[in-house]
Ligand binder design. Structure first.
Ligand SMILES: Cc1cc2nc3c(=O)[nH]c(=O)nc-3n(C[C@H](O)[C@H](O)[C@H](O)COP(=O)(O)O)c2cc1C
Length: 179
């Protein structure tokens, strides 16, 4: 996949479509050390905080990926063409605890520009994020009664904010210049 660097101000995404329909692949760890894991994510946000562009993800402590988001200082979020839907389904249903699921998808991890966590050769969008904040969801602060239903195991998510330090994407992810 041919990607170009994109500035945050020029990033063009429909955020609801990206998270809810397309899904993203969260990869945490360090490519050079050969220690990383990936899981499909559908909940999160993109925005600006402390004057920094950020991506925010939520990871249940029961995920194998959780050990990597804890141990390492960076993660990537990658979007893929529809042809990789099967890979995202696999990475979102099997655990890296039980074998090399990334190899099973045939995806090719590649070094990032500015962080240790890898992206993928097949990705159409790569957001490189450096962790800047975490917090744990507190069930006593859920204001909608339906939220608790997401946690029958009481494995409340840990929230991570990552400063977006680099973006690479296909031209579709770049805002067109004004006519
Ligand atoms: C579409 C989709 C979205 C998901 N979103 C999240 C999420 O935002 N947070 C989370 O903790 N798990 C999420 N999951 C579940 C993990 O991807 C799944 O449990 C995965 O197998 C964990 O892999 P791991 O044990 O190797 O970390 C999602 C799964 C799918 C299929």
């Amino acid at each position: 996949m041919t990607r170009e660097p994109i500035g945050f101000a020029d990033l063009c995404v429909n955020v609801h479509d990206l998270w809810s329909r397309k899904w993203l692949l969260l990869t945490a760890g360090d490519f050079a050390a050969g220690e990383f894991n990936a899981m499909t994510v559908g909940w999160g946000s993109l925005g600006v905080m402390w004057n920094r562009p950020f991506a925010q993800v939520v990871v249940r402590p029961t995920r194998h990926t959780h050990g990597f988001t804890e141990r390492w200082d960076s993660f990537t979020l990658c979007a893929f063409p529809e042809a990789q839907r099967g890979a995202l389904k696999l990475l979102g249903s099997r655990s890296g605890r039980d074998g090399d699921k990334i190899a099973a998808t045939g995806l090719t991890p590649v070094a990032s520009q500015r962080i240790g966590a890898p992206g993928y050769a097949e990705a159409e969008l790569i957001l490189e994020c450096r962790k800047i904040y975490w917090d744990d969801l507190e069930p006593q602060q859920f204001l909608h009664p339906g939220i608790e239903e997401n946690y029958p195991q009481k494995d409340y998510h840990r929230v991570y904010f990552g400063e977006i330090v680099a973006i690479a994407g296909t031209p579709a992810y770049r805002r067109s210049p004004p006519a």
